[in-house]
Design a binder for this molecule. Structure first.
Ligand code: SF4
Length: 247
């Protein structure tokens, strides 16, 4: 066997090392199912110390359905930014009722911060990062007080900064679990059907990813998963996955 073929053999048979800064937990869960990851997350952080953060967007229901299989009383943090579509608020209520979620918490921004920085409600245009900071990141930081870990629904196939997320990572003093990281789009669609989940109402209107009204557009067919968010800007994330631990 020559050197080139040895290299090829190693490339094909050596598992890609997983990223793990949580004492082996991320690698131990590297191939676990979403429900196994959620159950282990509860065990790892302790009773009452785990929550899920959900936008009740177009793909949110799948994570919530897996979570409800494990424990429908896990608190759900929903960031009601003041700029959400009515359809998203209605979808929150529909999914909450269908999955029998017992602790959905709708969190609003601090009115003092809004009055000081966004009295004209145009901050999304002049400084979207500051707008996301006061409408999403700061309220989430406050609402995570008392929790030791949180679940979220990011998938690697969504690309960008999400393409290499581990199953578990550190987020400041907390653990952040990504139970759907391994799933591909077909897995998510299959789970959506199997749980008999309704679609977000705006999917029928051509939206693939739904956030705040001013920063959400219809994406062209074939564009990336999150192409309709902050269209035309370099911004791809609101900051809850990139800035939270810095507050
Ligand atoms: S997504 Fe847009 S409107 Fe919503 S908080 Fe961020 S900048 Fe503001």
């Amino acid at each position: 066997m020559n050197a080139a073929s040895r290299v090829n053999q190693i490339d094909e048979t050596t598992p890609v090392p997983c990223t793990d800064d949580v004492g082996g937990l991320a690698c131990a869960l590297a191939n676990a199912s979403p429900t196994e990851i959620i159950a282990e997350a509860q065990r790892a952080v302790g009773p009452g110390k785990l929550c899920v953060v959900s936008s009740f967007g177009t793909e949110s229901a799948v994570l919530l359905a897996y979570m409800a299989e494990v424990d429908p009383s896990i608190p759900v943090i929903f960031l009601d930014t003041g700029w959400l579509f009515e359809e998203t608020l209605a979808y929150r209520d529909t999914i909450t009722a269908q999955l029998k979620l017992t602790d959905v918490r709708s969190i609003q921004p601090d009115p003092m911060r809004l009055a000081a920085l966004d009295a004209e409600r145009d901050l999304w245009f002049s400084s979207p990062d500051t707008c996301c900071l006061i409408r999403k990141v700061e309220p989430l930081a406050r609402s995570l007080g008392g929790f030791e870990g949180w679940l979220n629904g990011r998938k690697r196939y969504q690309g960008g900064l999400r393409a290499s997320i581990p199953i578990v990572e550190r987020d400041g003093s907390r653990l952040k679990f990504n139970p759907l990281a391994n799933l591909d789009r077909a897995d998510v669609e299959e789970a959506h059907k199997r749980f008999a989940l309704p679609d977000h109402p705006l999917i029928a209107s051509g939206f693939s990813s739904v956030g705040c009204m001013p920063c959400t557009s219809r994406a062209a067919k074939g564009d990336g998963e999150r192409a309709g968010r902050w269209q035309g800007q370099a911004k791809t994330e609101c900051g809850i996955h990139t800035l939270l631990s810095t507050l």
